[in-house]
Design a protein around this ligand. Structure first.
Ligand code: SAM
Length: 343
């Protein structure tokens, strides 16, 4: 792909929201498609966007570069499954120039790991140094049951390839009541033994799925209490720019992150916004308000319109989300799936 004329990313006005929070972290979903159908994430017969609605890789590069020019220091590529988008490595290669110039601190990716055996080395070569791999179980049959279409062996081979390529890995695990609840200790021991951090995530009420979310929801306060019976957990001030709070596990020497959108609202320190693969900017994962960036992006070759649209949207960034999961609130808090805005 050709690189946009924004290769130098000259600084423009930084993004400060109405609550004084500087926006320095952008998450970009490059496709809504995925090769898995995780039960808590998608229905099995999802309807995906027509390919013509997607931003091209060149447009994604231009959009990301405009955000870098506006002060974004950390860029995460996500999806859907980002590594199933055709020619995606060319986007990483293009964005790598912002690491070289020092405009960007970190370029990273969240993946289900299914394609990592092919792409770990090209990712590293593009400047990626840390990746998140989503893995909810290490039991082959459970893995199939959760992901419907995934194969555990491929993901484990991908993780190994990523380690060999020199990528630091964080394992992201959604805590699911009665599904992987009994396995979390083992997964933490395994990941820490392999030198990987682990982050546990509560299920969030996003998009319609086939089942009832209340059946899956496991508050991390309960998980922490159970883990405290086998591990010594010590709160530590470690931060990656994301919403996780970290503890150190004395027995393994590893770090464990806890993302608790339901039991503890972490919005006060929110530094991020999200863009979908069609160029819609969401100022909060848990709210529906959004801004279209595709029209201003396509309206002219220069970035003035795009920057104005970004500024206007940031001025509307809400204070926080209000996710609820209970038996009376059967509708999802937001109608779009996590795969639209990227987890
Ligand atoms: N396909 C990539 C992956 O698997 O990491 C990136 C996209 S996926 C939507 C990102 C993360 O969101 C995954 O860790 C997934 O488990 C998580 N996720 C999806 N739906 C969720 C939900 N409703 N609540 C909490 N986490 C969710």
């Amino acid at each position: 792909m050709s690189v946009s004329n924004q290769s130098e990313s000259p600084q423009t006005a930084p993004m400060i929201d109405p609550f004084g929070r500087a926006i320095t972290y952008l998450r970009v979903s490059v496709t809504d498609r995925c090769d898995f159908r995780c039960v808590y994430c998608m229905a099995e017969d999802m309807t995906f966007l027509p390919k013509k609605d997607l931003l091209t890789l060149e447009e994604l590069d231009r959009l990301c570069s405009a955000f870098v020019a506006k002060g974004v220091r950390k860029l995460r590529i996500t999806g859907g499954e980002p590594l199933v988008r055709r020619n995606i490595i060319s986007l990483f290669e293009a964005l790598g120039r912002h690491l070289e110039s020092g405009a960007l601190d970190e370029l990273t990716v969240t993946t289900n790991g299914s394609q990592l055996d092919r792409f770990a080395q090209p990712l590293y070569d593009s400047g990626v140094r840390r990746i998140n791999v989503s893995l909810d179980t290490m039991d082959r049959a459970k893995f199939k049951a959760i992901t419907r279409w995934g194969e555990l062996g491929k993901v484990m081979a991908g993780i190994q390839a990523a380690q060999q390529a020199g990528l630091a890995i964080k394992i992201n695990t959604v805590a699911l009541k009665g599904v992987n609840e009994d396995e979390l200790e083992r997964m933490i021991r395994w990941a820490h033994g392999e030198g990987m951090d682990v982050t546990l995530i509560e299920t969030m009420p996003m998009g319609d799925i086939d089942g009832d979310r209340t059946d899956q929801y496991l508050p991390l306060s309960k998980v922490r209490a159970a883990l405290s019976e086998v591990f010594t957990l010590k709160d530590i001030p470690y931060k990656t720019g994301g919403p996780a709070r970290y503890v150190e596990v004395a027995e393994t020497g590893g770090r464990l992150g806890l993302i608790t959108p339901l039991t503890h609202n972490f919005c006060e320190s929110c530094n991020r916004v999200r863009v979908t693969c069609t160029g819609t900017l969401y100022m909060c994962l848990g709210q529906d308000d959004a801004a279209d960036l595709r029209a201003p992006l396509r309206a002219s070759e220069g970035d003035a319109l795009l920057e104005a649209a970004i500024d206007e949207a940031i001025s509307r960034k809400p204070k926080g989300h209000d996710f609820v999961i209970d038996r009376r609130t059967r509708r999802p808090s937001v109608s779009r799936h996590m795969s639209v805005t990227g987890g």
